[in-house]
Design a binder for this molecule. Structure first.
Ligand code: GLC
Length: 638
């Protein structure tokens, strides 16, 4: 169907749907031509093209009609403050509902805890209905419209949202859209041979095509779930499964899949979700003979999600969970004419991995060099800055930059792994290798913040010096993510330095996946006397609380696309500057366990001899040479 024909069909259709909202019509009118064009680009050859497009239009109207007036009010407020998610006032925490405090009601009870710490944005790890036994921590959804009964009922969820909104808190939903569980109704029907649902997935009668696909695909879990296809003995067929065998990849070449998933997203927008974390987006489109990440069609799909979302729920923001190279990640913000039409937020995985590299080597050269190579992102977009999350850490930094520093890229990675996993050179870290490449020994890394910073072991051994260094490293990581500009996301448990969780080894469904090492049950007994305690955990908690409070009072810490890394030769230091309306804050971080110094000439534009240290709330004199303690961070305002 041609564009003009589609437009006239839409007009006829709109005459029938009596929506009396001028803004809705404006948004629909503005986005419709782009949506229709994107749809055409992806699906002009699809059998389902017309049917799917019509369903999509119906979905937009139906979901807008169902959107509550309260939500619509929130939308209007957000539209007038379009980059609300990059404000200095926003601070996030990610958590598993059950590990945090049992269920939705338990979570609701902890709102005062969030308030005490200063958290106002909570990313809930997947909370939808999943198969009992294996579900990849919720990332294998069985029913997209039902919550996991272990966490409560839909009513409980709605009550939680209500309380969050009352308390001005934002809710981030993990939206698992690349794949669903093999127990999802679509998969069940497809297994039985139902043609409509078979088209929801990638099925193959034999290994010919899977073998051809494999040549250009990466493996995500090579140790535990090798290959990208799973054999179904009952029908003697293969189905595409990039992650675990029970996570079936959805076939976005079929527009009916896209429409179902957009409709689902709008359903959850109407439940009150503020931000969607779009999971594993880089993999959403697969093409024979091509690398299976970041294909151009992925970007068209994401634009469709965003533009449809904007028509119905314009206050909602979108995070791209794409852990890919900097030159690729930047594209998820939308390129050229599509800027603003794709994701608003993306993970700063590059910085995260490099900060662990710098802690291991006590050298910031690679971090500085890599940051200078990151392309500038568009206005009104931002990063999630984080130190730990529920996943492993992949040292996917650019080999070329490593080599330019005179290092061997494999040996460099092996060194970092030895530091974090083998106690090499006296390291106290208790990390573990994840998904080892057997030919090279290269691997990804698991372990909690406290374990990787050496605090867990230091506490076990009651080693005072190492306890102190461990606390300082955790505080350093927190001080960075809160000052880089963007949405800081604290991994629940890190605020009280939870150690590794070794219990997962007793759980048959988890023991093969050591990412569970850093997914611990919250220890509420630690929090009870946290304000008066002198424990290591209390020192981490209290410092984090101070950092959050100061961040919120410092407009320069909002993301105004102003982050500037200062080229400074001391290899232990990282220095960056954040500026808003001529108000500049310099952040100086010492990644070494030894004291060092910085010189006055670091501040090219300093007229006075004094700076204000935000963290101690005092002025400091700037001399020719200035002391900075081991693992210290300074937030200095002009
Ligand atoms: C994302 C999640 C990860 C999960 C995968 C598959 O990368 O962060 O935990 O295993 O998607 O859904």
């Amino acid at each position: 169907m041609q564009q003009a024909e589609k437009l006239s069909k839409l007009n006829v259709f709109l005459e029938d749907v009596k929506i009396n909202d001028k803004n809705f019509h404006l948004r629909l009118g503005a986005n419709f031509p782009i949506i229709s064009d994107l749809f055409q680009k992806l699906y002009s050859n699809s059998l389902y093209n017309e049917e799917a497009f019509e369903l999509l239009m119906h979905s937009l109207v139906k979901n807008f009609e169902e959107r509550s007036s309260l939500q619509k009010k929130r939308d209007i407020a957000r539209v007038s403050n379009p980059n609300w998610y990059s404000s200095e006032k926003i601070v996030g925490m990610m958590l598993y509902v059950d590990l945090f405090n049992t269920d939705f009601n338990g979570l609701k009870e902890k709102i005062p805890y969030f308030k005490d710490l200063g958290i106002n944005t909570v990313h809930l790890m997947p909370f939808l209905d999943v198969p009992e036994f294996e579900n990849d921590g919720g990332y294998a959804v069985r029913n997209y419209r039902e919550v996991n009964p272990k966490f409560g009922t839909m009513k409980d969820f709605e009550a939680l949202v209500k309380e969050f909104q009352k308390n001005d808190m934002n809710l981030v939903m993990d939206f698992v859209l690349n794949h669903c569980a093999d127990e999802h109704q679509w998969a069940v029907e497809a297994r039985k041979g139902h043609p409509k649902y078979k088209d929801f997935f990638y099925f193959f009668p034999d290994r010919n095509l899977p073998n051809a696909y494999e040549r250009t695909m990466i493996e995500i879990f090579p140790d535990t779930s090798p290959g990208n296809f799973t054999y179904l003995p009952e029908s003697d067929q293969w189905v595409m499964t990039l992650f675990y065998g029970y996570q079936w990849d959805l076939n976005y070449k079929n527009p009916m899949v896209l429409v179902e998933m957009i409709d689902t997203m709008l359903f959850w927008s109407n439940k009150g979700i503020d931000i969607f974390r779009l999971d594993a987006v880089a993999f959403m489109w697969k093409e024979l003979g091509k690398f299976n990440q970041n294909l151009p069609e992925v970007h068209l799909l994401l634009q469709l999600f965003k533009l449809c979302g904007q028509i119905v729920a314009p206050g909602v923001a979108y995070i791209a969970e794409a852990i890919v190279a900097p030159e690729e990640i930047i594209k998820y913000f939308g390129e050229g004419l599509s800027q603003g039409d794709e994701c608003d937020i993306a993970y700063n995985a590059n910085f995260m991995a490099l900060s662990w590299e710098a802690l291991a080597t006590q050298n910031t050269n690679l971090l500085k060099k890599s940051m200078n190579a990151v392309p500038k992102k568009p206005r009104n977009t931002t990063w999630i800055n984080y130190a730990r999350c529920h996943d492993d850490i992949g040292f996917g930094f650019d080999d070329k930059l490593v080599t330019e520093l005179g290092l061997d890229s494999l040996q460099h990675r092996l060194y970092i792994l030895k530091h974090y996993c083998d106690g090499f050179n006296g390291s106290f870290a208790l990390g573990q290798r994840f998904m080892i490449e057997h030919e090279t020994g290269n691997a990804r890394l698991s372990g909690s913040m406290a374990a990787l910073c050496g605090l867990e072991k230091a506490l076990k051994e009651n080693n005072e010096r190492e306890i102190n260094l461990g606390i300082k490293q955790i505080n350093l990581q927190h001080a960075i993510i809160l000052s880089l500009g963007g949405l800081p996301m604290i991994f629940s448990g890190d605020e009280v330095a939870l150690p590794n969780n070794y219990d997962y080894l007793n759980d048959e469904s988890k023991k093969h996946d050591n990412r569970w090492l850093h997914r611990s049950k919250m220890d509420w007994s630690l929090v009870e006397n946290i304000e008066d305690s002198s424990s290591a955990q209390a020192q981490v908690y209290r410092q984090l609380k101070i950092l959050i409070k100061i961040r919120k009072q410092t407009p320069a810490f909002a993301d105004n696309n102003d982050l500037e890394f200062i080229d400074y030769e001391n290899t232990h230091l990282l220095v960056y500057k954040k500026t808003v309306n001529k108000d500049a804050v310099y952040v100086i971080v010492n990644f070494s366990e030894f004291d060092t110094f910085f010189e006055r000439n670091l501040f090219s534009d300093l007229n006075e001899n004094k700076l204000f240290n935000l963290l101690t709330e005092s002025e400091i004199e700037i001399h020719e040479k200035n002391f900075i303690g081991s693992y210290d961070v300074l937030w200095l305002r002009k």
